[in-house]
Write a new protein. Structure first.
Length: 265
């Protein structure tokens, strides 16, 4: 005789069923999109020279991987993105802590932070190239410029929204600003930090591609610009798809790290 399931077991079973359904429909939609794309290209509903097709992209990927150094271009873009990302997180933490420690300092800088964050970052890239030269450091800085100001403001806002009673308790027990920071402020903002990181990884990738459009001779951004100039549209579309895969992979990796941390916490 089967044992009756408890309410918790029924709920968990329902959650797993929903997760399986979501994964199934995600995969199915992707397959249907690729099949429709391939069919439209083969039956000349769309121009395969302009829009390419999945089969042409597979052949293009193999050719570029072995003859055009595609792995090197992917590695360069990925390394520049990760460098920008980690520098943005480090700079955001440092500046957010400085703003939190001095309310006067934060009030002075706040309008300038808003102004810098609202600037179109694509307009900054040519200036950075003129000032610093066309090299990988300029591309990394361009990637940082897209994300860093919003990241500082979001993190600082999270610091200011921590329960003031907890901070007051630290000071009541003769704690210092350092104690309040390490025992209350930073631990309370770990979920907020993960959310900021998930946004920043995509923004840094966008910034790096903007920099590669203008200053690079290697990287996926360079392949997109070069491919469009010589009408190698397979290169352009393949590079864009690879960027989508990189963005999704990095986002999922951060999600796994977040889930592991929350499970251990």
């Amino acid at each position: 005789m089967k044992k009756a399931l408890t309410a918790q077991e029924l709920y968990l079973k329902s959650v797993r069923r929903t997760d399986h359904k979501v994964r199934f429909w995600r995969v199915l939609l992707g397959i249907l999109f690729l099949a429709a794309w391939e069919a439209c290209a083969r039956y000349e509903i769309i121009n395969s020279f302009i829009f390419s097709s999945p089969s042409k992209l597979v052949r293009c990927f193999q050719t570029m991987l072995f003859e055009e150094g595609l792995a090197m271009h992917i590695g360069i873009t990925l390394s520049e993105t990760l460098a920008s990302f980690f520098l943005v997180i480090a700079a955001s933490l440092i500046f957010a802590i400085l703003l939190w420690k001095s309310r006067t300092f934060s009030r002075i800088l706040e309008p300038y932070m808003v102004m810098l964050n609202s600037l179109p970052k694509s307009a900054l890239a040519p200036l950075l190239i003129v000032w610093l030269g066309a090299n990988y450091r300029t591309i990394i800085l361009t990637g940082m410029s897209v994300a860093v100001f919003a990241s500082i403001m979001s993190l600082y806002t999270g610091f200011m929204e921590v329960d003031p009673e907890k901070i007051k308790l630290i000071y009541t027990l003769n704690g210092t600003n350092k104690d309040a920071l390490y025992k209350v402020i930073l631990p309370s903002n770990i979920p907020n930090l993960f959310s900021i990181m998930k946004v920043n990884i995509g923004l840094c990738l966008v910034g790096v591609i903007i920099g590669e459009f203008i200053a690079a001779r290697k990287g996926l951004g360079y392949l997109i610009i070069y491919g469009s100039q010589v009408f190698k549209m397979d290169w352009v579309i393949l590079s864009i798809l690879i960027l989508c895969v990189i963005a999704m992979g990095l986002y999922l990796l951060l999600g796994m790290i977040e889930a592991y941390y929350l499970k251990k916490a």
